[in-house]
Design a protein. Structure first.
Length: 420
């Protein structure tokens, strides 16, 4: 029986495990380290975040990205994008240096047990833990526009389904979306000779500005401080004060989670998109998609130009991720149905990232409505990991005092959430 089982071995899961093991908790991690970064991002991509805002978290700030890069002779500096492959290698190094009991098997299901949880791996073994931290990242929550959901994998895929774009070298590809993933994938496709167009609902592309110099006059720093999510006081608040964000009114938090840091391309990919001469179909929405003689016929509608039909070989939907309670299918129905959904259908989390189900803690994207936009980025792990582990310690201490882990599932969970 482990004290804590961490499900997921990406930046959040590894950071949580590093803090938990340093605190003396018997902790085991399930998952392939950095799998989404290694297997679900096209070769040639770069981190959008600054290197100094891309550390995994360990007590005392040990095992940072800067230390890894210095050790392997890679330059990591402000204003210079870092390859995703380097970041993935850093995560593997962090796992070796900071985390023990790392089990690369995947969790098939997480179910309730009289004194904790039963976790079944995909090869059938059942592991037991008093508490669980669910840090499964983005992949369970991929979102496709409704018009594309009926199509086969031959014709449509999500941007997170690709590590190698070379299969599209001689094809015609339509990329849907106007954010960083869409723009960088479109640039990579065009640079290898693929015929590319972008279809996006926004009237025009949005671009992040070049970050201000790291060292600058104090008046400029005071006016727009650096933060892990970009410069400016608003971004600083989202980045550095997730605990204070949680105390905002729910309506305010929901609005920020929905609108803050919306789709935009990094400053360094703009020239590549412009140079590639990509066909931009802005202010348009795909309303229908039908197979046609081995290809795909798309119908789009725009406010100013009406209907437009065209053919393409494949659609890559860079349309983001939507985390809801219903999509947390690694949890058995009786656990999942005990979660307290928000109006956006995400699970509410309270102090220490505790869910409404006693002993179940959540991390990453699913916590954005409660802890803010930082939870969509690697930088959010620096706050999440120590706060979540502190929550696990409080929970285990309470359960030890009671002598029974689950006296009453619903009332305990809801009461702790409301009072936390």
């Amino acid at each position: 029986m482990h004290d804590l089982m961490v499900v997921g071995a990406g930046p959040y899961g590894l950071s949580i495990a590093a803090h938990a093991q340093a605190r003396g908790l018997d902790t085991r991690v399930l998952g392939r380290p950095m799998a989404s970064w290694r297997d679900h991002m096209p070769h040639g991509m770069f981190l959008k975040s600054e290197p100094w805002a891309s550390h995994l978290s360990a007590p005392g700030g040990r095992f940072g990205l800067d230390r890894y890069c210095a050790g392997v002779g890679v330059t990591a500096e402000h204003g210079r994008p870092l390859p995703v492959r380097t970041f993935a290698d850093y995560g593997l190094w962090f796992a070796r240096e900071a985390v023990s009991q790392l089990d690369e098997r995947m969790a098939e299901s997480i179910d309730a047990a009289p004194d904790g949880f039963d976790l079944r791996t995909r090869d059938g073994e059942v592991l037991r833990a008093r508490a669980v931290a669910l840090a499964t990242g983005l992949l369970p929550y991929t979102h496709l526009p409704e018009a594309l959901r009926k199509l086969s994998d031959e014709h449509v895929s999500h941007s997170s389904h690709h590590s190698d774009l070379s299969r599209f070298r001689d094809a015609d590809v339509t990329v849907v979306g106007g954010g960083q993933a869409a723009l960088e994938i479109a640039a990579l496709l065009a640079e290898q000779g693929t015929r590319v167009r972008i279809v996006a609902r926004a009237a025009g592309l949005a671009w992040n500005t070049v970050p201000p110099p790291w060292v600058r006059p104090w008046r400029q720093s005071l006016r727009a401080p650096h933060s892990g999510l970009g410069s400016g006081w608003r971004n600083w608040f989202y980045s550095e004060r997730p605990g204070a964000f949680r105390r905002l009114p729910e309506r305010t938090r929901a609005a920020v989670a929905e609108t803050a840091l919306g789709p935009a391309g990094a400053w360094w990919v703009r020239d590549r998109v412009d140079a590639a001469g990509i066909d931009l179909r802005m202010g348009r929405t795909i309303v229908d998609a039908l197979p046609s003689a081995g290809r795909l016929r798309l119908r789009t509608v725009g406010t100013s130009q009406g209907l437009e039909d065209f053919e393409t070989d494949h659609v890559i939907a860079a349309t983001g991720f939507r985390a809801t309670c219903a999509r947390m299918t690694v949890l058995t129905p009786r656990v999942r149905h005990m979660l307290a959904p928000s109006p956006a259908h995400t699970p509410r989390v309270g102090r220490g990232f505790a869910s409404a189900y006693p002993g179940l803690f959540l991390a990453g994207l699913v916590t954005t409505p409660d802890y803010g936009p930082a939870m969509r980025f690697v930088h959010g792990a620096t706050y999440t990991a120590p706060a979540l582990v502190a929550g696990v310690e409080r929970y285990l201490a309470r359960q030890s005092g009671r002598g029974r882990a689950y006296a009453a599932y619903g009332p305990i969970g809801v009461k702790c959430l409301a009072n936390g």
